[in-house]
Design a protein around this ligand. Sequence first.
Ligand SMILES: [Zn+2]
Length: 389
Amino acid sequence: MHKILFSFFIFLGCTLPRSVSLPKWAYFPPQMSIGGPLGLYYLSSQITQFQNIRVCIQKTHSDYTDPEILLELKLAYLMWFHAALGDESRKALSSLQFLFDTPSSPCKASSKIHILFLDPLVSNDLALAHQNEFLPGKIQCQKTKNSSSRSIQSHCQSTNQKLGLGKAGDYTYIKGNLASFKLLNPSFAYLSPYVRWLPISRQLGVSSDIALSASQKNPLDKIGDLLKNVLVFFKVSSEDPRKTLSLMAQKYLTLLGDPKYENLLDFKNLLESESALGLGDSTLDTLVKQFGSSPQTSLNQAYTPTLGGFHVLLHEIGHQFGMAHADSPDSMTITGTISPHPKQNQLGQWVEQESTMAYGKPYLYLTPDDKGGIHYLSESLKKEINSLF
Ligand SMILES: [Zn+2]
């Protein structure tokens, strides 16, 4: 039996009381989310410096090409903004300005949002990874002899691995004085340095060369031939998955060449209507099989899983907006009051597995629970900001 468990960041620390009548969704109190993308968007109508939000992307040694990470970040922000604001998401998304952090033009100091693919070769990144408990994947296996049947059994275990971390920015203000509002720290999303992250395109069998070519609007031919691995990493609900995945790959390539709002919305709708899921990593399976057929009696080694980056980005960006864990709300999370319902635990908290914000399936879209939650949080955030200033 081998099992891989993925864990995301859970906020620990101070405890906030839950008030008497609250909604069922798991999110952090609105006052903790004002420094995130949605809070800053609401503030931008009155504070001009937030009309353009710089998003700084640090990405070295990654399978993502620059146009691919740009596309997938825009898609993730669009999904949350659209669920929160509807058509106004066009305006909100256009206020984000994406930049790459390079030695010649570093963007971290001037940005309100940081997206970091932590780099295992950079000491600062490793210190940050260590501080936030990112660890390499580890597998342990043992062979035992079953005395009755004289057969040999293999038992394998893998350690929990934290994949990402996300949070809204911290801020300070003087009540009633809008001009005093200051962002102290940016919102962030960190991705583990101990994972090989793949873009959606690679999961759909599109090579980085083709992706770059599409982003430069070069004519593409033989796309069909290039999608040989199309069923490896993706799951869709269509009766003809191969056709759907091929369409998805083509739409992705179109988006790389022309990442306009309508195309992003179209791609979001396709992922949603197909209930698209990323599939699990096969690295562990391979190691377990190799061990089973080897003469070794034990195995204890580190390994690097290969995973799609989008569902983790979507989850961590959800935290930036102020969403909490739907499947294990903690004491800081707003959910319902005590009443008997199959989806409420003994503390009266609503618990939902079908959510991007749960540790469940790798959703490539926002589920009804995610959408309900961010919509409600959005309204609460608006009220909170109005009450402060
Ligand atoms: Zn999380």
